[in-house]
Ligand binder design. Structure first.
Ligand SMILES: [Zn+2]
Length: 383
């Protein structure tokens, strides 16, 4: 699945109609959660049926396309079943008890309720919500992609800080023809560099967030000086939200480019399956880790790996930085020691380079060390 996103151009009336549709989605989802909370045992089917009941009872809900209504119910079902799964698997920490939602930002259509113009630059929403015909904005750099309508699995309208966007989720069998390079790479994501590979190359950490952080801080302070509920406060909040969006996009862009470059030039990539969530809990490291945006990077790595049809392998994170990649001697070192000096065989390597080599070795000899299989590609197919 690939997701294409375009900004949309609509007038005030259309924006109000989009907001109304987004509210209906939230309404249906919350009603379904309520049904479950009231003690009904709900299956996916039950919720779909309940959808029809709601549409009968509430004229404003009926205006939303029926598949879009069902998608809202599916989201409620997803929240409920995830909660049960978390309980069943005895996941530590919060189980994610389904909550009522107040901040929904999008409405999702499936195969019906919308129509693309032949030029591919306009989309018309045809249900009773009255959103109507919207222009998809594509600038010179970002050409509007054309894809067969039958491959479009769902269409979402999403609200962001700087306007509304239309997302197309397109199913793709399209494997990019991968040109084999014979290169197999282990990568270590670190704090000093964004990543170090097993050939000793490093990619520096983008400090987007730090740079933009000053600006964020300034906007945050400006916001807190404004009087509650004033028009100026609203303005300041909007500016802050926009800045957050900018940081997020920079990070996404960097992660995507790095992942694409790596996947295009390798036949196999191994990385360490770090528990990112656990690490973020460690306060001192948190900022840098968020900064580097590993999570996003690994997602893109899996996505590109899938498209290129090359293995992306997660290896368990034990001893990758302590072990000597040449002779296997364990060389204890704290985080501050940046060089691996082996007292067994005398090899001297950058700490992260040594780790990257270990990661690659682990991936290539799974019998000895065990790997955790190919990462994410199956999930992505169904996502
Ligand atoms: Zn050694």
């Amino acid at each position: 699945m690939l997701v294409y996103e375009y900004k949309i151009d609509g007038n005030q009336k259309q924006c109000a109609a989009i907001e109304e549709a987004i509210r209906v989605v939230q309404f249906i989802r919350n009603k379904c959660i309520r049904l479950w909370m009231d003690g009904e045992r709900v299956s996916k089917n039950d919720l779909q049926t309940y959808c029809a009941v709601l549409a009968k009872a509430y004229p404003f809900a009926r205006r939303l396309n029926s598949q879009a209504r069902q998608a809202s119910a599916d989201r409620a079902y997803f929240a409920i079943s995830r909660f049960y799964e978390n309980c069943k698997s005895k996941k530590s920490g919060k189980k994610g008890y389904p909550q009522f939602q107040h901040t929904n930002r999008f409405v999702e259509y499936k195969k019906t309720g919308w129509k693309l113009d032949d030029d591919g630059r306009h989309i018309t929403f045809t249900d009773g919500c009255g959103i109507g015909r919207l222009r998809l904005v594509g600038n010179k750099k970002q050409q509007i992609e054309t894809f067969p309508v039958k491959d479009i699995k769902r269409v979402r309208i999403v609200r962001r800080a700087d306007g509304y966007y239309c997302q197309f989720t397109v199913s793709t069998e399209r494997n990019i023809e991968h040109i084999p390079s014979g290169k197999e790479l282990g990568i270590d994501v670190g704090l000093k560099s964004f990543l170090t590979d097993s050939q000793g190359n490093t990619v520096d950490n983008p400090r987007h967030y730090r740079k933009a952080e000053k600006q964020l801080g300034r906007l945050q302070r400006r916001l807190s000086r404004k009087q509650k509920k004033s028009a100026n406060r609203k303005k300041a909040r909007k500016a802050l939200a926009k800045q957050h969006l900018k940081v997020q996009r920079q990070r996404e862009d960097f992660a995507r480019k790095q992942a694409n470059a790596l996947v295009s030039s390798c036949d196999l990539i191994a990385y360490e399956n770090l528990q990112i969530r656990n690490m973020v809990r460690n306060r001192k490291l948190a900022k840098s880790i968020h900064d580097a945006g590993w999570g996003i990077f690994l997602q893109w790595l899996a996505r590109y790996g899938f498209l290129h049809d090359i293995p992306i392998i997660a290896v368990p994170p034990h001893y990758t930085s302590q072990k000597c990649c040449e002779c296997g001697t364990i060389v204890q070192k704290s985080l501050s020691i940046r060089t691996h000096i082996c007292h067994g065989c005398g090899v001297v390597l950058d700490r992260d380079h040594n780790a990257a080599l270990n990661i690659l070795h682990k991936a290539l000899s799974p019998d000895q060390n065990g790997t955790e299989g190919h990462s994410g590609t199956d999930e992505l197919q169904s996502a």
